[in-house]
Design a protein around this ligand. Structure first.
Ligand code: NAD
Length: 471
């Protein structure tokens, strides 16, 4: 659905009216809409606190982009010449940076920070240059997973990065800038490539103020084609006939996957049109049918010999305040949004349908993180999804991972049904002052689905423009 205010405020006349009235003017976010576009272009400033363990990987990732790289020459930071990198990085003094200079991204390795005093390096890197980040720029810090830190002082200084990045995201969001932290458990710094590329690229346009954790994992055996990372993979997307599910199916297919689109039999026509547009297949099936898990299992086993990616996207809302909620609102919603996902996964595991290194991605919601009036059933189902992902992630073997996305306000038929005032509030109450697009959720799911995301497991990533509600 379209956001009229966004369109008007970006027109020549609308821009001056909005500015005269001092109203927030949402910027047009840069999204990934050029096939094979480099993931990062422009000038990028990179630095590390002394003792940083991720800087080598950061430099090799940045070196694979077309960006020009500079290191800030400050006394508390690692000098350009000591970054152990084959990539060309030129030193740059803070006082030589003109106010008009624009950086596409600021990337900082904070893994060397072990005391709260050391945090000063974060200030010294970002303070002189934060106002030089251009429209739709990127800020990324790499830290050490706080729960894996050896001392409380280190855990404090690493956790501090989260509050820091969330504030930077709020301060810079009106320019379409996003800011995130990637936490690596000690020894897993070589696993940051996939989240680092994602956060630096336009694919993460509507993700901001987030923390992702990576842990040790095997490196993929063959080199990855980053323009078609899902080549040769077979994926199932539930609820694929429209909205977010349709965007997920199209995005996974764009990235090379063969996609099977599932939706209820009543949506067969729309489902076939989506599947045809991407050369995929259809499964017209209600996921709450008692035999659905077995039907899905046999389908993939017989037709494809297995399954590489499952995206549990199908979901409904049945809003009513708790005292007025009929029990069938509760039962149907929990069954579709939560219980059926478990049953399908159980059958896929029991029948050994999942291939090695398979990816399970669930769709939660910020409603499941913050709660919402009239959504006790929906919020319960969506926090249930988070609990499920966090628990199952610890039990998985064979390189299989499970993660969740938690969308905020996304422009779909589901949000079009929200009353006007509540809809407008939902749309604007985030750092980017706008709703997200179904493609934004799909890009996050494609990131989790990538073979390069082997070390990304048990995460819940909000795709909400840093909505003011929730964590
Ligand atoms: P949507 O209503 O447009 O699409 C949901 C799809 O799921 C529909 O095609 C529907 O037919 C299908 N579905 C419902 N019940 C099913 C069943 N029993 N079996 C098979 N398919 C079934 O919704 P959307 O906005 O695209 O949402 C997709 C997912 O994203 C949902 O899980 C939703 O809770 C979640 N979400 C959406 C938003 C948002 O702002 N739109 C925000 C947070 C989370």
């Amino acid at each position: 659905m379209s956001d009229l205010y966004h369109k008007v405020s970006n027109s020549p006349v609308g821009r001056s009216v909005v500015s005269a009235l001092n109203l927030p003017a949402p910027v047009v976010l840069e999204r990934h809409n050029r096939p094979n576009a480099p993931f990062l272009e422009g000038e990028v400033l990179v630095s590390a606190a002394p003792g940083g363990k991720a800087i080598e990987t950061i430099c090799s990732v940045l070196g694979a982009s077309t960006a020009s790289l500079f290191a800030l020459d400050q006394k508390t930071l690692v000098p350009a010449g000591e970054m152990k990198s084959k990539t060309k990085i030129s030193p740059l003094k803070a006082d030589a940076i003109d106010a008009k200079r624009r950086f596409k991204a600021l990337v900082f390795d904070a893994t060397g920070i072990t005391t709260t005093e050391d945090l000063k390096a974060v200030y010294e890197f970002f303070h002189p240059v934060i106002r030089n980040v251009g429209k739709c720029g990127r800020v990324v810090i790499i830290g050490t997973e706080p729960s894996a830190c050896a001392t409380p002082a280190m855990a404090a200084s690493q956790k501090a990065l989260e509050g820091f990045i969330r504030s930077v995201a709020k301060e810079t969001g009106k320019k379409g800038v996003t800011a995130q932290v990637i936490y690596a458990t000690p020894g897993s710094e070589n696993q940051i490539e996939s989240p680092l590329r994602f956060f630096l690229s336009p694919r993460s346009a509507y993700v901001s103020g987030q923390a992702i954790s990576v842990s040790k994992a095997a490196k993929p055996k063959s080199a990855l084609d980053w323009n078609a990372p899902l080549n040769g993979k077979v994926a199932l997307v539930t609820g694929a006939s429209r909205g977010i599910g349709e965007a997920i199916a199209k995005t996974l297919a764009r990235d090379g996957a063969h996609v099977v689109c599932l939706d209820v039999p009543q949506a067969k026509e729309a489902l076939e049109s989506v599947a045809t547009s991407i050369g995929g297949n259809t499964l017209a099936l209600d996921i709450t049918e008692p035999n659905a898990p077995e039907v899905i299992s046999s389908y993939f086993k017989e037709k494809f010999g297995g399954l590489d990616i499952v995206v549990h996207n199908a979901g409904i809302t049945r809003d009513k305040t708790l005292g007025r909620m009929p029990d069938h609102f509760w039962d149907l919603l929990i069954d579709i949004n939560l219980s059926s996902e478990e049953r399908i996964n159980d059958a896929l595991f029991a029948n050994e349908v999942f291939n090695k290194n398979a990816r399970i991605v669930c769709v939660s919601s910020i409603s499941g993180i913050a709660g919402n009036v009239g959504q006790s059933n929906y919020a319960a189902s969506k926090s249930g999804v988070i609990g499920y992902v966090e628990s199952l992630s610890k039990q998985l073997k064979g390189g299989i991972t499970i993660n969740a996305v938690a969308p905020g306000f996304i422009e779909t038929q589901m949000t079009a049904a929200i009353p006007f005032m509540i809809r407008e509030a939902g749309r604007r109450m985030n750092s980017l002052n706008q709703g997200g697009q179904p493609e934004d959720v799909a890009e996050a799911i494609a990131f989790f689905s990538s073979p390069a995301s082997q070390g990304v497991n048990g995460n819940v990533l909000r795709v909400c423009g840093q909505s003011l509600i929730g964590k």
